[in-house]
Each structure stands twice: as structure tokens, then as C-alpha cells.
Write a protein that binds this ligand. Sequence first.
Ligand SMILES: [Zn+2]
Length: 341
Amino acid sequence: MYGQASVFQNSGRWPASADGLTRVPVCIVSGSSAQQKASGLQKYYFHQTNPSFAQVLDHVRSALSNSWEYWSTVRFTGWQNCSQLTRAEQDLAIDLYIHPEAANNSNVGYGTRTGRTQFKPWGNSFNSCIAYSWARARMEYDFSCVEQYAIHEFGHALGFYHEWSHPLTPASCSARSPITAGDSNFSVANPNRYDWDSIMTYNDDCAQVNGVRFGSSNLSAYDRLGVATVYGGAKQVNASWVNSGGRNKDSQNNNRIELVLAEAKNIQIDLTSSIDTYLYLLDIKGNQISYNDDGGSGYNSRLNVSLTAGKYLLVAATYSHGQSGNFQLSINHGGLNPTGQ
Ligand SMILES: [Zn+2]
């Protein structure tokens, strides 16, 4: 069963590609714009140059890369104008609309793609990200609204409901609309506790607001666990060496696979093959954390390590140079993703 994090609609899961990644196409609806001045009398104040739509889109993409994509196999792809796509391609994509007059909302999950995923570039009047800087005596633009609204609305597009759909939503949350506990159409995050810190909740009565409006400025610990559980990588990868690089952890001929751990764990990593294996665990920058030669059965490699939540690299290597053949890499916690895409 799916589980953990905000309330997830099981039918909303986007399909995975054969390589294990979940590619979610996005296109930009024409007329999208980041052109806006402050409201009220402040619109007459001197303004910093209005950031371009391309700059705003860069912030949206980097916010998604540091949130949903970071902790899962989800990869938002495409990003052309919707008008460049065929009708069929457009129907398969998230239609993204960013505009000062846009509502902040989205369809939920795969298969509900007739509407838009949309939000304002600079927040609402009550949390505007166009604010006066006393230091520079001008109105300035702040990207935190568009980044945090993007994470929230794309969370819906991936299939997550508001946290106040949780069966344990407190009565003091005015938006409360709980699903029935145990409803098999949904996966409930942290089933024993309402997550006040979720990016999928907002307003003071339903969220421990942190950032421009939501329970967190990025994914909460349970949001991470949720997306990793629903969209996380494989527990086992089968692949092969062609003329392996021996014990050289940096050799291009040794396979690299990304390990994502959404929570701190004691983890066991096994590399098995009919060839004598050698296994490296690296941090995401490529610095060695640990290695093993024959810790598994026979000449197979095994690592038992205690790791904090985050991303790591595993290098499937061989004791001897120039080997060719199949191997299997497996873990008991977290997910394995292909690298370089
Ligand atoms: Zn929402």
C-alpha cells in the first residue's frame, strides 16, 4: 500500500518509464506573465526592474528540483509553450499558467489534465512578494512566493490532496474535509498524526505557517517520506558491466546509481554477481563514505551503514579490471534511481 506524507489519491499516480523515472511533461500556457506592480498607492512607488517570465520560470524549476524531484523519481520535463505541442501531447502535459490574475489552484494527479496548474507570480495582496525596501528605497520582487506556490500546486498535480483531508485533521481547522480512515482510494501520510508542517496545508488554523503561506517553505519531513513512498525508486536494480573499471570508483566503466533516503536509516546495500564485486558508497558530490569487497556471500559485496536523510551515489565496481557481465544491486530502505537524466 502507498503511504506516508500528505493524503495521496492512488489513481492520480503518473506512470513510470521503463528506466524507473517518472517523467511528467509540463507546458507553458500562452499569455503567462510575471509583469506586475505593487497594489494600492504603492504601485506609484519606484520599482526594481520587473523580473522576466524566464527568470520566474527558472525559480519554479529550481524549486521543484529541490523538492518533489529531489526526493523521488519524478522529473518534470518539456517546458515548451503548449502551442508547440500536438493536441495529444498537450492532453498528456501539465498546462502551467503563471499570471498576476491567475487563481492559485491545480488539478489533482494524472488523468485530470483538462484544466491548468496555475498560480500568481508574486503572491496575493495579503502576502505580496513585491515589498518596499527601506535600504534601497524602492519596491523589490521576492521569488519566495512563486517558489512556494509552485511546490504546493505541483504537489496537487502529482496527486497530493490538502493535508486537511487527513482523517485526523483537528476540528479547529476550518477547511477540514477528512477522507474516511482506511479508504483504499487514498494513501494517508503519517496515518497517526496530522502534519501541521506540510507544504500541502495553509492558513493559521490548519498550518504551522512557515514561509509565505504554507506549513513549510519546502517539503516537510512527512511530505518527503510521502513522495518517496509513492514515487520512490526501486529496491533492486539489475544492470551489467561492459569492460568494467576495476576498483577505480571514478571510472566511467563502473555503473553509478543514485540512492535516495527520505529518512535516516540503518541500511543494508548488496551488490551480487558471478563476477567478484567491489562496492562504493559516495556522497552526492562523489566523496567516498564507505566501501566493501567481500562482505556478502562468496565474493559479493555488502555494506551496513547508518545514513541521514539525503541523496547518495553507489558505484557498482569489480575487484578486477575489464570484467563484463550482469550484476544486481539491492537495498532494504530508500530508493535507487538511474543517474545522469
Ligand atoms: Zn492547494
